[in-house]
Every structure is written in C-alpha cells, then in structure tokens.
Design a protein around this ligand. Structure first.
Ligand code: BTN
Length: 257
C-alpha cells in the first residue's frame, strides 16, 4: 500500500514555521535540487517543504546517489533562511539529526547519531541529511534534505550491509504521515529555541565521541579517536598523538570483534 495520498493530507498547525507550505511530487530527480531551483520561480520563503514519493537521482553526501524508490521513504527538503551567521549553520544540521533521532526513538527504535549528520541503528544508516546553502541576490538560504528509510523491505546488494529502515527494524509498516508529523513537531520546537544547547543534546546521543574511528577523506584513510565536537561543528580527533579538526570526511566506528 502506498500512503502518499494520506501524507498529502498533513495539515500543519499555524505555529509551525517549518512546514508552513507543503509541495508534493510523485517523482522528481532530487527534492533538494528542485527546491533550490524553485526559490525564485515559486517565490518560496522559509518553511517551504518539498516532498517526493520517489526520487530518480536522489543526492547523498560526497556526490553519492541516495536510493529513493517510490512508496517507502520520506524524501524531503526544507527551506531555511536563518537570521544568524553562516558559522552557525551547522546548528541546523545538528537540530535536524536530533529531531529525526527523537521521532525514531518515539517509534520504538534505539537510534544513534554519527557525525556529521547520520542517524544509525547499530552499524546501519536509517536516515541521511544533506545541507546545501544558496545565495540569491543578498538572501542566504539553506536547503536541508532528509532521506528517511521508512517502509523499505529490501535494499540493493550494495546497501544491504550499510542501510536499514523502520520496517526492517520493527517488521511493521509505518505511516509516513505520522513519522513526518512527529519529526516536524520536534524540529519546529528546536528551531524556535535554537541555540548552542542543541550541541549538548547531540553529544548525548552520538556514537562517535570517545570511540576509536576510521576517518576517510578524499585522499586517505586513518585510525583516530573522536574526542569532541568543536564549537564550529568540526569533529576533533586524536591520531598518532596529534589533535586534528575535521570538517569534511566520512567516519566509521571501529566495532570490537
Ligand atoms: C547522505 O548521504 O547521508 C545524505 C542523504 C540525503 C538524501 C535526501 S533525500 C531528500 C533530499 N533530496 C536529495 O536529493 N537528497 C536529500
């Protein structure tokens, strides 16, 4: 059963800033790209959300493809026009991950957060977040793409070891509308009160800090221990007796055994 029609029936309470206008699409290349391109043409403002039932070329981080088949996921992009400085944009990243974490926890899962913005169940990713910033005239926007695997019952071979879904974790089919509603309630709460206290909340739910990790940059892979998240969102790691600040990399946890 495809519940996209009932998803379209979602009515945002007037108090919600994020979700003040919904735009639904059966199939798009990427909701992030479509939202970015539509800011001037549809005269969009902060709070607009684009949701697709399917993405034909969903974008992941580092140029990867995000598998987005029809009927089973929340493939969505939200528009922010923050009043704070660019150095603080990573707070939106963290706030989004924490909101996904809480919605999934409410659904009975035991998620964990992995820097920079993955939501994991054990070693497998259940949700990815992709932030893109865009400047139009003198206005600065952030497009936050969220890909949440909800009712996916199987993944392609290449993802089977690394991806999971709410359905696979619980053996139950979930209403995408309910999960979206729960997520939006939380993100609106955090956004209204957004400050650095979200960093502390993120730290309390993460799998990385104080663990041995593998850091993969474009040109190298090395072992390190994650020590903290810096005030600017970078991951602080210790490797070979040296402290380093990482801004862009993939990290994986080194599990025992
Ligand atoms: C990641 O690699 O972890 C980020 C994945 C982000 C996927 C979402 S799905 C909705 C939005 N549109 C896209 O093309 N990508 C993001």
């Amino acid at each position: 059963m495809n519940d996209f029609e009932s998803l379209k029936a979602l009515i945002a309470p007037p108090a919600w800033k994020i979700g003040n206008s919904f735009h639904f699409f059966d199939s798009v290349a990427s909701t992030n790209d479509l939202l970015k391109n539509s800011i001037p043409t549809r005269n969009l403002s902060e709070g607009a959300i684009f949701i697709a039932d399917e993405q034909t070329t969903g974008k992941g981080r580092s140029g990867r493809v995000w598998d987005s088949p029809p009927g089973v996921g929340l493939w969505m992009s939200m528009l922010f026009e923050p009043t704070f400085s660019m150095e603080q944009y990573f707070l939106i990243n963290i706030m989004t991950a924490v909101s996904v974490y809480e919605a999934l926890k409410h659904a009975g899962l035991r998620p964990l957060l992995k820097w920079p913005n993955d939501v994991m169940i054990g070693r497998k990713k259940i949700c990815g977040i992709l932030l893109e910033s865009i400047t139009l005239s003198d206005r600065k926007f952030i497009v936050v793409g969220v890909g949440m695997n909800i009712n996916t019952s199987f993944f392609p071979d290449s993802l089977q070891q690394t991806a999971t879904s709410l359905f696979l974790e619980t053996q139950s089919v979930w209403s995408r509308k309910n999960i979206l509603e729960d997520f939006l309630q939380r993100i609106n709460y955090f956004y209204e009160n957004l400050d650095r206290s979200i960093i502390k909340i993120w730290k309390s739910k993460n799998t990385i800090l104080h663990h041995p990790i593998q850091v993969m940059t474009n040109d190298t892979t090395y072992a390190a221990v994650a020590t903290d998240m810096a005030d600017d969102g970078a991951l602080l790691v210790e490797s070979g007796g040296k402290l380093e600040k990482i801004y862009a990399a993939d990290v994986s946890i080194k599990f025992e055994g």
